[in-house]
Write a protein that binds this ligand. Sequence first.
Ligand SMILES: [Zn+2]
Ligand SMILES: [Zn+2]
Length: 282
Amino acid sequence: MARIDLHLHTTYSDGSFSPHEVVTMAHHAGVSTIAITDHDTTDGLPEAFTRASTFNLHIIPGIEISSQFRGKETHILGYFVTWQDPTFQRRLSFMRETRCTRIPKIINKLKQLGVVITEEEVKDVAGIGSIGRPHIAQVILAKGYVKSVKEAFERYLGHGAAAFVPRDLPDAAEVISWIQEVGGVAVLAHPGWVEEKQNGLSPFCEALKECGLQGLEVFYSTHTSKQISEYLFLAKRLDLLVTGGSDFHGQAKPGVEIGVGRGNLKISEKLLGPLEAARTSK
Ligand SMILES: [Zn+2]
Ligand SMILES: [Zn+2]
């Protein structure tokens, strides 16, 4: 059975390959269905669909929206979204504006710490993409202040680090409703990431389910087999759909490849039927 990969980033957010390139790579990797899930933007989708039409590759229109829940940054994936909807697009452009206003604040804090970079440098790295901390990290790295993107996050940009600036994020319940308003299916991204910062994933997911959450990204590049079995159990108990994706970012996240993650990720096509059945008709 062919592999699928429902979590991929392109240059339209913080990935290093264009939608055209990502689709080509997915085709060569033997992946049958992908979802492009850029942060707070669907602008890469037309290019991805155009490229996919030359292959026998199926694309699910997706998105990854940043939100907050119980005081923690929480990423919600949306699948089968009617992304052209004007209200949905207005919401996304508002989300991208909050990203922009945060950048100069971070740059200011960095300056006080002796790390001197400019907004233009960050914009150059972001290109057409939805601007974010990974782009700042790349500038800090290029200018030799740190030795890796990881170090940039640990020392300066990560939650609680020296130059961290909290972003005004919408509540997860709100983001889930945005996705469902346009016929999409709302899924909690990388629960392993949530578990690291939150005591007890189970009550967190239960509360999200009350807000309308429909699925859990059980299969993910960094999840151990122990985590996968725990999350499968949790999804079953809470009657949540099971999804999976690599969270491929290209060179921006080295070592994670389309369809296989860090090498042992295998996401079955069988997950697609229930996911598609859960979409609300629009
Ligand atoms: Zn994420
Ligand atoms: Zn992601």
